[in-house]
Design a protein around this ligand. Structure first.
Ligand code: GLU
Length: 304
């Protein structure tokens, strides 16, 4: 496995110079575009990694998966999907346009609007309590007490006017429950959770193991809920490039503008790849190429 991971990194490196680090969140603009790492976790407890797999990065939109997991665990799936839909948006993750046409109801949990709507349902009066609920569950899964990157959080909190507008817009339609500022701030905090590839792959492993965390043997989600999350990752996980990711990689995935992509191979493994240089849609160029290589070499596509 180690040699195949090294080969995957090597195949991806030449593409890094075609990307740019996220600049619209000022603190992310300081990331190093040459970094590249990958980690693989198997249900038998073994893990493998290469490159910058031990470097911490903010998971950004990948947090939307764990916010959804947390909400389903505490409220049940029906209650969560009263607020958000199940369809790809075909629009950028920050878009307001569709929300106006569709009476404030987000198309899916993985666009910003969807994650904020779900953040409004989480238990806890304040955003820091809600963050503790989300990050606490993730910490148990990855075996380390996670925290947020305060620089990245403050930077987004101080400049994220479009996300704040999306939150207030949804509040107008009663899609956001309770205090909209708490929901938006919970979202900013969740996006700023800092993890390494190895930790992220560990945290996502239960999604490739029918809902059970193989390390603790604890059931995190029912299998039918996992089926929904993996399906949504397939159709909506890579922004408006989810179709292309399904063709080229062929497994459920979720990306974030911090440069991470979490990929789930049902029944087989979880993979987290990281490289801060992004393409024009906000997906990590390097992480995508690493996953494409691994999928081809190991025959991972679900559609082959
Ligand atoms: N915090 C980022 C934002 O809301 C997350 C975007 C992403 O990773 O897709 O703009």
């Amino acid at each position: 496995m180690h040699s195949i991971l090294d080969a995957a990194l090597q195949s991806a490196r030449p593409f890094l110079s075609k990307g740019k680090v996220a600049a619209y969140i000022p603190a992310l603009n300081r990331a190093n575009p040459d970094q590249l790492g990958v980690a693989v976790c198997l249900p038998d407890g073994s893990s493998f990694s290469a490159g910058d797999a031990g470097v911490g990065f903010t998971i950004q939109s990948i947090s939307k998966v764990f916010t959804l997991v947390t909400a389903i665990r505490s409220l049940g799936r029906d209650r969560v999907f009263e607020r958000v839909g199940l369809e790809p948006s075909g629009n950028p993750f920050y878009s307001l346009v569709q929300l106006e046409y569709e009476a404030g109801r987000p198309r899916n949990p993985f666009i910003n609007a969807g994650a904020m709507a779900i953040s409004s349902l989480l238990p806890g009066e304040t955003s820091s309590i809600r963050l503790d609920v989300v990050a606490g569950g993730m910490s148990e899964l990855c075996g380390r007490e996670l925290s947020i990157n305060v620089d990245v959080y403050s930077s987004e909190r101080d400049t994220g006017n479009r996300n704040k507008a999306v939150g207030f817009f949804m509040k107008h339609f009663d899609i956001i429950e309770g205090d909209v500022t708490v929901a938006v701030d919970t979202y900013f905090r969740s996006c700023s959770i800092e993890m390494t590839c190895l930790e992220l792959a560990r945290a996502g492993l239960f999604l490739s193991n029918h809902g059970v965390d193989p390390t603790s043997k604890q059931r995190i989600l029912e299998q039918h809920d996992v089926q929904w999350i993996n399906s949504l990752m397939t159709t909506c996980g890579l922004y408006d490039a989810s179709g292309e990711f399904a063709c080229r990689v062929g497994v459920p995935g979720k990306s974030g503008v911090g440069g991470g992509i979490l990929a789930i191979v049902p029944g087989k493994m979880s993979i987290a790849a990281f490289g801060p240089a992004l393409d024009e849609k906000g997906n990590s160029i390097g992480a995508w190429k690493v996953l494409e290589f691994l999928s081809a070499e190991m025959g991972l596509s679900l559609y082959a």
